[in-house]
Design a protein around this ligand. Sequence first.
Ligand code: F3S
Length: 386
Amino acid sequence: MHLTRDEELLLQGERGDTLRRAMEILVALGDIYGAERLVEIKSAQIAGVSYKTIGDAGLEWISDLDGRVAVPSILNPAGMDLLRWREMSIDEDFARKQLEIIDAYRRLGVTIECTCTPYLLYESIAARGDHLAWSESSAVAYANSVIGAMTNREGGPSALAAALVGKTPLCGYHLEENRVPTHVISVEADVREYGSLGFLVGKIVGDGVPLFMMRSRPDRDGLKALGAAMAASGSVALYYVKDVTQEPPQYEPSACEHLVIDEDDIMSVYNSHADVDIVALGCPHCSLQELERIADLLEGRNVSKELWVCTSRRIAESAPDIVKRIESSGAKVICDTCMVVSPASERFSHMMVNSGKALAYIPGMCGIKASFGSLEECINAATGGS
Ligand code: F3S
């Protein structure tokens, strides 16, 4: 990979050990993926925050760095609500380690917002055509597909390295030629939950680039759910929805695989929820509109099962009345974390979700059963209604 004179100096350690290590990561990745050079990034979103997923080795690695990030950088969800972790039954030892991780990122100049939906908090964090180094898979899919920015699915260390240097290798989805559709998906159904469609399609297309033709028009929350599910059941990082998202670059339709998804296919994702002992919403983190809808659905009802509503702290703090309406039912609005990356999920046995991503990840990451239902079905399951 070609390096500028300044980049060479960073790699030689002229500006300290942290930047040297960061450059080593970027150069190694660039060489593996055949990048010609590095490209400047607008922002970074850094995974590897939950103590549950990175453990002591990750904590030690981050604590050992002493630079400052060069671009606006934000964190992925942590393993607990950073303020209300006791209400989640998180143990003291886990909490202490988790807070040490957060402090280590703070020292590096990373903004302490732990969310997979940074685009809902800061419009300036990514715009069409910007190069980014984001790592959470649903955020990556949203950035590439809905915003029209360009990012690969970074690992935690490579996103942090890119944040410190302010650059990432120019390869993968940073190049127009890798952004053409590989599959054309005709959806012959009215989709209610885009997470169910995404769960299905991700399994089929793997790491492909699907172009959807559908009669229903997903809004931004629908696109968020669609991309998240495909990124989890497959590893989709970019998709298009005709007449909804940006247009794909010129492509050859005959080179694509063509598939039809019908109502029966979509309904096969929904499954039984007779014995659920927890319902969790907000994967990806709820938008303000989603919080409002949940508050409306819970109006005048009380939960009979644990109900978590996961969102970013900034969104929750922007809407105290809505949070109060949700929590007056007995539900908990949980910030900074989620049902997948928190160990708190592990004390339950069967979780009901309205997210294709959580459906894909909960069994493996939390060791419990997961079922999928619509938002209304989830609220009914939590409140004992029908
Ligand atoms: Fe976000 Fe956690 Fe889902 S990080 S996309 S809420 S698994």
